[in-house]
Design a protein around this ligand. Sequence first.
Ligand code: 45D
Length: 173
Amino acid sequence: MTYTTESASNRFSNPFNSSTQFADAVPATTALFNSLSVDDQLAMLWYAYTEMGRSITPAAPGAARLQLAEGLLNQIKQMSHAEQLQVMRDLAAKRNTPVSRAYGILSNNTKLAFWYELSELMVQGFVVPMPPGYQPSRDVVKLLEAIKQLDFGQQITVLRNTVVNMGVDPLAD
Ligand code: 45D
């Protein structure tokens, strides 16, 4: 494949073009996610979940991992909708709370499984739903389009990168 100067500079200035097939697509897309507002990050995860649908259903390993997050998920289920939303906003904002610290000690894939389960609980009515008629911001729509351009493995990597950054690591300095 030939790389022209033009396409190289496009790649730097616009992570949404066809360059998403390249190795820099994952860090670029992850950085864009991290630049979103907290609510946009939550909305983004929600749409990723609804778009990816059955293809991301965690199989046996995911289900096993969830046991490690079960106490935390049960705690969240007992909360009011307002508290549930606050907990998720705190995680995305890395606010230092008991829930953020409990989340912080989960492994990377358990963090993914945790968010997956939260969205399942939203669908089942145990966790605060998306507001009816919610309109995602332009930033969310654009990032979602960029993620759709990635192959499946890259999509998982982006999602893992984003949830790994959330919460607070109680053992960090
Ligand atoms: O009122 O174990 C707003 C594999 C606005 C295999 C809101 C895997 C205001 C190994 C903030 C929008 C790697 C495949 C309200 C696992 C407002 C393994 C609310 C992978 C109410 C696990 C917004 C798993 C809310 C994968 C509440 C890829 C938003 C899992 C909530 C992927 C959004 C999981 C949530 C994903 C989104 C989960 C909970 C994408 C969850 C997304």
